[in-house]
Design a protein around this ligand. Sequence first.
Ligand code: F6R
Length: 234
Amino acid sequence: MEWVEVKNYEEMSRLAADLFEQQLSAKKDSVLGLATGNSPLGVYEELIRRTAEGRISFAEATSYNLDEYVGLGAKDETSYHYYMHDTLFSKIDMPLSRAHVPNGEAADLAKECSEYEAAIAASGGLDLQLLGIGVNGHIGFNEPGTSFDSLTHVVKLTESTRNKNSEHFPDGEVPEKALTAGLQTIMNAKKIIMLIFGEEKAEAYERLRSGEVTEDFPASVLHLHGNVTVFYGK
Ligand code: F6R
């Protein structure tokens, strides 16, 4: 893994956006794996700015988000559909028909998961996957104990993750389940960028840096991937 220490959040966002820019310059029809949460907000701002400046274009790109809460749809302000539309998709030139987020309102969730996985494969697989990390080492919504072989699946969220994410829910009612790309889905990406920023992530950073590979700490699977850049800072 390549470890890049950053001076501040802005630098992390710029450097990660540089990797997106390189990816899109090398392959206009790149397939991008995207994340929600606080970590990627600065990267998305950079990508929006660079799109407006004409430096990059998503016109031929495709994206697949990591996850979505079960029961929430595009109109729910706390859904990841809403977050992605509001934060990025409405501000770049990627056709919405190619901006994918798992459907948390699907009647048959297992079918939604297998179709999502198949759609990623049919697009040619992920060229670049952007990740944040949970304090317990989760990536996507793959909580500790998730099999490294997992594909897109339904998960029961841990109390720690629900408590952390409750800040985004005005009523404090965080859904109990979510759909998430699996650890194998993430590992199938050709290149992976991991963002770890802030004091609250220091312990997760140390554990990842230790090199231990265990399903108790999902992000540790990344040690088995040949092309990962980790940006970290406080
Ligand atoms: C979001 C996701 C999660 C977050 C993680 C960190 O799509 O998959 O794994 O990346 O919970 O969240 P933040 O960046 O808000 O600290």
